[in-house]
Design a protein around this ligand. Sequence first.
Ligand SMILES: Cc1cc2nc3c(=O)[nH]c(=O)nc-3n(C[C@H](O)[C@H](O)[C@H](O)COP(=O)(O)OP(=O)(O)OC[C@H]3O[C@@H](n4cnc5c(N)ncnc54)[C@H](O)[C@@H]3O)c2cc1C
Length: 260
Amino acid sequence: MIILENQNMGRYTTIGIGANAKILVIVESAKEITDIMNKHPNAKVIGNGSNILVANKVDIVIKLGPTLPSAKSLTYYRNKFAVEGKSGMEFSIGIPATLGGAIKTNAGGKYGSMSDVISTIVCLQNGKNIVHKPVFGYRHSDIEGIILDAQFKLRDDDPQNILSRSKDILYAKSNQQPLSQESAGCIFKNALNYSASYLIEESGFKGKLINNVQISGIHANFFHSTKTTTVTDILKTIDIVKEKVLKEMDIELIEEIEIW
Ligand SMILES: Cc1cc2nc3c(=O)[nH]c(=O)nc-3n(C[C@H](O)[C@H](O)[C@H](O)COP(=O)(O)OP(=O)(O)OC[C@H]3O[C@@H](n4cnc5c(N)ncnc54)[C@H](O)[C@@H]3O)c2cc1C
């Protein structure tokens, strides 16, 4: 177990800025997680921090160390399964998530989502390992506790076909999303009949610098920080965008990112 004090959470989140954690613990086993949770039941868990903005100081954050299956990246699993001739994870190319974070948030999009490929998970709940069959919704799962591992449901296919599908999806995504720039992915969930990016674009924000936050010119639901952007700037920009979309489009945007 590695215990680090006063860690700036910008280092542990893909948006690159954030408040501090008093303590960040990197754990390598279920026993270590249980020990921490027994002492700090409100400790927060972070994967790759690609869906989180740490806006306020947090007391204790648990980061799962890379030896735990749920802390490995989707890239690791996608590549492993492709070589084994197991198809299903191609949709996940471009999503910079750990397996645990991706399952918890049911990450995905128009090419598929975690709910298509996960059958059961092993989850640590109240100090016990539980096998659970998750119920998934849009960017949501019913999972309580900490995901340790998962069982996949995949189809057999030729490795070359799998790799070529992943490549095609990456090509399509990289024309539609700013994958190489720091961000927390989509800030808002899509509304019932409209994508959030369409609503933001129609409200005039696409490609604009709003309150020191750069709204992507490629996909208006991605926000980027500049060298001087603060967490408060991002929170204010979220409010500005929500207010205008509500006023002009009569739709209330709901955050997809988690704000701690
Ligand atoms: C460039 C970019 C592209 C993106 N594209 C997409 C996309 O196409 N589709 C999409 O859905 N999202 C996308 N995202 C958002 C993000 O990658 C997903 O939400 C992802 O699933 C978050 O995984 P993570 O490991 O970073 O989790 P984190 O952001 O660290 O955590 C997310 C949530 O999961 C919880 N969590 C993390 N690990 C565990 C665990 N082991 N057990 C229990 N709970 C856990 C955390 O407490 C938190 O509540 C994108 C983000 C970026 C930066």
